[in-house]
Design a protein. Structure first.
Ligand code: RB5
Length: 150
C-alpha cells in the first residue's frame, strides 16, 4: 500500500516523524509537502495528496495540520474520500472497521509522535467490516452524488 503524506507548517514535525517511521518499516509513501521552514495553507497540500489518491498513484492519505480538522474538512470535499480525524486508539480502529477511512488526519499540535504512530499502525492494520456499515456509506455516497457539481 502506498500512502500519500502532506502537512502544513503546524504538522510538519509530526509528518517528518511518520515519514521516517515508514522509511524504517519499508512502507511506501510519497510526501506532497510542505517543506521545513515554510508557512503555508493546509488546503493546498491536502489537495495535492488527495489528488494522488483519486488518480490511483497512492492508495490512502495521511494529512497533518495543527489539529487534523482543517485537513479533514479539505479532504472530505473530494468525492470518494472518507477522511477521519483521529485522537485515540478506539477512533483509529473504528474509523477503519466502520467508516472505511481512506484518509487519516492528525493534529501535529495535539499528538506526540509515539501516540500518533500507534494510531497510524492501527489504521493501517484494521480491515473494513462492511455489512451494516456499507449501507451507511452507500447513503453518504448518494448524498455526495446528489450534491456533486463538476
Ligand atoms: C495553522 O495555524 C492551523 O490553523 C492549522 O494547522 C490547522 O490546525 C487547521 O485546521
Amino acid at each position: 500500500m502506498k500512502i500519500a503524506l502532506a502537512s502544513d507548517h503546524a504538522g510538519f514535525g509530526l509528518k517528518k516523524g511518520v515519514f521516517d517511521y515508514f522509511d524504517q518499516k519499508g512502507i511506501e509513501c510519497k510526501d506532497f509537502g510542505c517543506g521545513p521552514d515554510e508557512r503555508v495553507d493546509y488546503v493546498d497540500y491536502g489537495e495535492k495528496a488527495i489528488q494522488s489518491v483519486l488518480s490511483g498513484v497512492c492508495d490512502r492519505a495521511i494529512l497533518i495540520c495543527g489539529t487534523g480538522l482543517g485537513m479533514a474538512m479539505v479532504a472530505n470535499k473530494f468525492k470518494g474520500i472518507r477522511a477521519t480525524p483521529c485522537w485515540d486508539e478506539y477512533v483509529a480502529e473504528v474509523c477503519r472497521s466502520h467508516n472505511d477511512s481512506n484518509c487519516l488526519t492528525l493534529g501535529g499540535r495535539i499528538l506526540p509522535l509515539d501516540e500518533a504512530l500507534h494510531y497510524v499502525d492501527i489504521w493501517l492494520e484494521t480491515e473494513y467490516e462492511a455489512g451494516r456499515h456499507q449501507t451507511r456509506l452507500d447513503k453518504i455516497a448518494i448524498i455526495e452524488e446528489k450534491n456533486f457539481k463538476p
